[in-house]
Ligand binder design. Structure first.
Ligand code: DCP
Ligand code: CA
Ligand code: CA
Length: 367
């Protein structure tokens, strides 16, 4: 950041994300109440609503609501779809990659949220920031057909509240001189980090708005919430939260462990299971645009010992090459002890380097 320029942050939140992805792919759904649901499978209707479009919300549908309750509220032409998490994650990655092309510091906050520090990109100027925000919205709309809500402000907390302020397809700009007015009458639960519990403790102390909160002393907040949270609430409620937008640190490994159908030391049988684990991890590695320089075999024996073996691989090795290395590691491992039986096996890619070009970091959850 150029020293001296006051920070300008852009927060982007995709509108009714999972449901909107379904709408875009099936345009005939547009205009109908639509819910994307997690079916638990216990009974045909067990489960909860994950994401609802704004038409469904008019009937009182909220994320987290049981499917049964939602069905009672919804009219007959409503559409209920099962969640396709992997697909939304892949759309999310493409969107984040597109945002990275704006070349600003960027942090992926969740599957449907990102924060960008646009200070340098707009030269610290709010009129330019508004143009920049429109350009971002337009890019997401033309490339993906999706609307999003964007907030711009002097820090991440204000920018997020600005994005929440007008949904869907919103754009809210809060300049430093307008922060106080923006926060004064805002319900305190709209401040990021304030859940039901904090809200109720604050209500006991007659704090209903962010303005009320900003009148509590640091000492009082510390007494109620402890040092760390008190400091956050103190700064955030005054619009003075001022942390830099930092990329998540790059991942150190990508791994996957699976349980064998039965305890065995048969190489072919183990390789069959290992291959599907390797393929899963390899796909995650590739879609995150990383190369690995090492492949590890993880073996958990029938006596629950964990043994690992490692080999170098070529940067950019194919899945076939990876499987060959794993087969050699596995064969050698089994040769060390003729009684060894395996119960679980896994793979671990380490020595990661970004593939030159775009890199996506948000998918390293272990499967
Ligand atoms: N989500 C979920 N269960 C919840 C809340 C959210 O599964 N209780 C998932 C589905 C959402 C996604 O996370 O599509 C993003 O959450 P948001 O709270 O941002 O909700 P939406 O994007 O659906 O709606 P909005 O337009 O209000 O942002
Ligand atoms: Ca969100
Ligand atoms: Ca959203």
């Amino acid at each position: 950041m150029f020293p001296g320029l006051p920070r300008i942050v852009l927060f982007l939140d995709l509108d009714y994300f999972f449901a909107q992805v379904e709408e875009v792919e099936n345009p005939e759904l547009k205009g109908k109440p639509l819910c994307v649901c997690v079916f638990s499978g216990r009974t045909p209707d067990s489960g909860v609503v994950s994401s609802a479009n704004y038409v469904a919300r008019k009937f009182g549908i909220k994320a987290g609501m049981p499917i049964k309750a939602a069905k009672k509220l919804l009219p007959d032409d409503s559409v209920i779809l099962p969640i396709r998490l992997k697909h939304y994650a892949s759309v999310s990655r493409q969107i984040m990659d597109t945002l990275r092309k704006f070349n600003t510091p960027l942090r992926v906050e969740s599957v449907d949220e990102a924060v960008m520090d646009i200070t340098d990109a707009v030269g610290g100027d709010y009129a330019e920031a508004e143009k920049f925000a429109r350009k971002v919205k337009e890019t997401i709309r033309t490339r993906f057909g999706l609307t999003c809500s964007v907030g711009v402000g002097p820090n991440r907390v204000v920018a997020k509240m600005a994005a929440d302020y007008s949904k869907p397809d919103g754009l809210t700009i809060v300049k430093p001189e307008n922060i106080e007015e923006f926060l004064r009458d805002m319900p305190v639960k709209n401040l990021p980090g304030i859940g039901a519990k904090t809200e109720s403790i604050l209500a006991d102390h007659h704090v209903k708005t962010v303005g009320d909160l900003s009148r509590l002393s640091l000492e009082k907040l510390e007494e109620l919430f402890g040092t760390k949270k008190a400091q956050y609430l103190y700064m955030a409620s005054r619009g003075m939260y001022n942390e830099a937008v930092e990329e998540r640190p790059p991942p150190k490994q990508v791994s996957k462990i699976v349980t064998l159908k039965r305890n065995t030391r048969d190489v072919e049988e183990i390789m069959e299971t290992l291959a599907s684990a390797a393929s899963d991890a390899y796909t995650r590695l590739a879609s995150a645009k990383f190369f690995a320089s090492k492949i590890g075999l993880i073996a958990i024996t029938s006596r629950l010992e964990t043994i690992t073996r490692q080999a170098e691989i070529r940067l950019g090795a194919t899945l076939d090459e990876v499987l060959k290395s794993l087969r050699i590691l596995l064969t050698k491992l089994l040769e060390t002890d003729e009684k060894m039986m395996l119960r679980r096996v896994g793979v671990r890619f380490t020595g990661l380097t970004p593939v030159p070009g775009q890199t996506s970091l948000n998918i390293f959850s272990e499967g």
